[in-house]
Design a protein around this ligand. Sequence first.
Ligand code: NAD
Length: 337
Amino acid sequence: MRIAIFGTKGYDRHFLSAANQGHELHFLEPRLDADTASLGEGFEAVCVFVNDRLDAAVLAKLAAGGTRLIALRCAGYNNVDLVAAAELGLTVVRVPAYSPHAVAEFTVALLMALDRRIHRAWARVRENNFALDGLIGRNLHGRVAGVIGTGRIGALVARTLKLGFGCEVLASDVAQDPELLAMGVRYVSPRDLLEQVDIVSLHCPLTPDTRHIINADAIGRARDGLVIVNTSRGALIDTQALVAGLKSRKIGGVALDVYEQEADLFFEDLSNEIIEDDLFQRLLTFPNVLVTGHQAFLTEEALASIAETTMANISDFAAGRPLANRVDRQAAIAPRG
Ligand code: NAD
């Protein structure tokens, strides 16, 4: 098949080329949106990532240009108008799972870097400043950690915190994981969890129920010095409330790999640009905030797995085989990774 691959970075080119099963790959740098949709004209398949915008107008343009398959190289599909895709006869496939270890390990790395001030120490040492004032951390051992969402990624984080570091671990999920229960993880409501933990790590999908699960009310009821880690979805946190909680010293530290308004920022080099998002800029000024640009998935293993599944999805479609990773129009709001 002739495939237009939007939003291509060097690593996409490398891993998708390596996993290619004889298709004609056209790597395009722009993100897919209404302005760039015409670049997809004449391609039977269009391959996209989390911040490409596939609304009804974009999909209609693609369908009119001969596109029949939308291949998402990510898990989430909340950026695709699935009803419009179905009405236009476009098939949508995705990569439902790829190396939860990549995200879980990055989550723990972020927590440890934040907690032990490693990001600040690194900057100091580069300036030949070896003073330790201001770098006092906390042991993970013995602290109470909460994991909201104990699916593929959250369960690995809970296990690591419990067995690897000796934290007391509370969890919250609509379904309980028997293996976590057996190792002594205690399930409680999200409300109880947020009141009882020193650290909370978010691993649930973004749904109407979980949107702003960390809000002013939750922060107000939390223990003083709460440390918040989010590698799941930005809008799980009300960023205004987060900034207020940091300013009042109620929140002890924040590590984020995702941000509510990240679509306008992440995955691009904006080092020569003026950032207009004042809230984001304020967040970056706190000494106890560590932000990365949605890179938790970025390991060789995960990228290889994403590329292999994407190419297998496309080959299955081309050969008329059943599509194990098809996303149909009934799918509700989904995780995004
Ligand atoms: P998963 O589907 O395996 O697990 C999600 C868990 O959340 C499930 O156990 C589900 O029951 C639970 N859940 C659903 N609603 C809930 C609620 N209201 N309260 C508490 N728990 C609830 O998903 P996963 O693969 O573990 O991914 C978790 C998150 O990580 C997703 O949001 C995904 O988008 C994100 N992610 C981020 C990156 C990154 O690079 N930062 C990469 C991959 C995935």
